[in-house]
Write a protein that binds this ligand. Structure first.
Ligand SMILES: *[C@@H]1O[C@H](CO)[C@@H](O)[C@H](O)[C@H]1NC(C)=O
Ligand SMILES: *[C@@H]1O[C@H](CO)[C@@H](O)[C@H](O)[C@H]1NC(C)=O
Ligand SMILES: *[C@@H]1O[C@H](CO)[C@@H](O)[C@H](O)[C@H]1NC(C)=O
Ligand SMILES: *[C@@H]1O[C@H](CO)[C@@H](O)[C@H](O)[C@H]1NC(C)=O
Ligand SMILES: *[C@@H]1O[C@H](CO)[C@@H](O)[C@H](O)[C@H]1NC(C)=O
Ligand SMILES: *[C@@H]1O[C@H](CO)[C@@H](O)[C@H](O)[C@H]1NC(C)=O
Length: 470
């Protein structure tokens, strides 16, 4: 990735081996003291992150990072492409640098799938509601920031966010296990179909909250309330501490709560609550936003520096997914300062100390500016220790730096305050994933019989079927 050195430059690693590493190499080239410095640093970080992206090269797939890992194609999952698109939409919004807009628009549009609802056939076999949700949130962000609209004959940002929401609001994705809520996975043949988790429901909640504010349609508020009440009811949000837990299994009525606290779970609910407060001006959403923000800052920013609690204490523990969470938390906190001005003074200083720590450790690689994941230490740790090539690590730091410009950026628009993206309340109504996607390719073995069995099993409780049914 960083193999093309100008001739005559001795690679830092050789100098390191020789024990003569010049101090210039261990000093980060990034400064973020002024808005100009922030823009300049963000520009370089955005350039370096793009080096991981091959989606705009001939023969490659637009929208995704090299992967998915299960197919041996690279370190990154489909949803992370959607998250990266969102990071660049914010990059443009905050810095006004249009360099990547074309690449991002192309990637966002390429992945919409045949029904324009972010369920492209290539990736539906392993589709999680959260995976689809991350693409939906990036489409929503594009509408809120007035990211350039695609040509008329192509899918539009608002309609795409509505489509994702509508497929997830569909009765097909909800059942009575655990008193409601959505499952993690969409296809019932997947590992994780029996898990109802915070992030899947959190994406649905977040998109609904934002659609409510953008469109002024209260149906979205009703659904978002229902999701919140469910998450509260199953104790995924701790009633005492306001910590947000990961999920539970349908065979235990979701009482076997996995108490791992990943930073993006609390942050996605916090940002959704902030949108709902901004739209409804209801005190309860202000209280909820404040409680979550306070807990988020206290748990995930010890000494003012982002820290991924469940896995960061030991190198090699964070997975490719977890290695990207810090960036979302920074970006979502930034938007909260716009929507809930009371929280501005609390959040902004933390975003700054954390971003300073983030850039301080960007001293790696032959360029001397590659970023790692371990911000608190101040030392670059090669992403190889966590078995990745470093795209998530690079995305986090870009997110932290660009978000520092939030104070001079426009808040998210709505349909009545300058939004131009065309919506479609019927988008996503004809999702055919259940009709065209057979959970397992056993048509020749068992034909429709097994599908019927699986659907029945889905209605009765799916645990255990994998060992008996196939
Ligand atoms: C892909 O995008 C990057 C960043 O904009 C650009 O530098 C590169 O030339 C593009 N490649 C192709 C083949 O368009
Ligand atoms: C699906 O995979 C094919 C073959 O690799 C590729 O050409 C196409 O662009 C992919 N589509 C999407 C939406 O990823
Ligand atoms: C399952 O949990 C819900 C609360 O989430 C409760 O209302 C319901 O009675 C429980 N069902 C069973 C069968 O225990
Ligand atoms: C909602 O957000 C806007 C835009 O930042 C802000 O001006 C307004 O004060 C917010 N409304 C409330 C109730 O905080
Ligand atoms: C959004 O705004 C446009 C232009 O102001 C208007 O024509 C349209 O009806 C609005 N849509 C909704 C859903 O309010
Ligand atoms: C509000 O949104 C819901 C859900 O998409 C839709 O069914 C309804 O038609 C919308 N109402 C209006 C007035 O647009």
């Amino acid at each position: 990735m960083f193999s093309s050195l100008p001739s005559g430059v001795v690679p830092a690693t050789l100098l390191l081996l020789a024990g003569v590493l010049p101090s210039a190499y261990s000093q980060s080239p990034y400064s973020i003291n002024t808005d100009d410095e922030i823009r300049q640093s963000a520009r370089t970080l955005a350039y370096d992150l793009m080096l991981f992206y091959e989606g705009n090269q001939t023969g490659q797939i637009p929208g995704i990072l090299p992967g998915p890992p299960d197919d041996g194609l690279g370190d990154y999952y489909w949803w992370q492409g959607g998250a990266m698109m969102g990071t660049y939409i914010d990059y443009w919004h905050y810095t006004r640098d249009t360099s990547y807009n074309h690449v991002i628009q192309q990637g966002m549009v390429h992945q919409v799938g045949h029904n324009r609802d972010y369920q492209p056939r290539n990736f539906t076999a392993s589709l999680g509601n959260d995976d689809q949700g991350f693409w939906g949130m990036s489409a929503m962000l594009a509408a809120e920031t007035r990211f350039p609209d695609p040509p008329e004959d192509q899918p539009q940002w608002l309609a795409l966010a509505q489509a994702v929401w509508a497929t997830q609001a569909s009765p097909e994705r909800h059942d009575e296990y655990c008193n409601g809520g959505m499952r993690w996975q969409v296809p019932l043949s997947n590992n994780g179909y029996n898990y109802k988790n915070t992030i899947a429901n959190g994406c649905f909640f977040n998109i609904g909250a934002r659609l409510a504010r953008y469109t002024g349609n209260d149906t979205y508020v009703e659904y978002a309330e229902r999701t919140w009440d469910w998450l509260w009811g199953v104790n995924y949000i701790d009633h005492e501490t306001w910590r947000v837990y990961d999920g539970g299994h349908v065979q235990h009525n979701c009482t076997d709560v996995n108490k791992a606290t990943f930073s993006y779970n609390i942050a996605i609910l916090m940002q959704g609550a902030a949108f709902l407060y901004n739209y409804t001006e209801d005190q309860k959403w202000l209280d909820r936003t404040e409680k979550l923000a306070e807990r988020c800052l206290r748990d995930f920013f010890p000494d003012g520096v982002a820290y991924e609690v469940p896995c960061e204490h030991r190198q090699g523990q964070c997975t490719a997914d977890m290695l990207t969470f810090k960036g979302y938390v920074h970006r979502w906190l930034a938007v909260v300062t716009q929507l809930v001005p009371q929280l501005r003074e609390t959040i902004l200083p933390v975003l700054r100390t954390s971003a300073e720590a983030a850039v301080r450790q960007c001293t790696g690689g032959e360029s001397g500016r590659v970023c790692g994941f371990y911000w608190a230490s101040g030392e670059f740790v090669d992403p190889a220790v966590d078995s990745t090539t470093g795209a998530g690590e690079a995305m986090n730091v870009l997110a932290a730096v660009e978000s520092l410009l939030v104070d001079s950026a426009a808040p998210p628009v709505t349909n009545s305050t300058g939004g131009t993206s065309r919506g479609d309340p019927n988008a996503g109504q004809n999702s055919d994933i259940y009709r065209t996607y057979s959970p397992i390719t056993t048509a020749d073995r068992a034909g429709a019989g097994i599908i019927t069995f699986l659907i029945l099993a889905g209605g009765l409780g799916t645990w255990g079927w994998m060992s008996t049914g196939s």
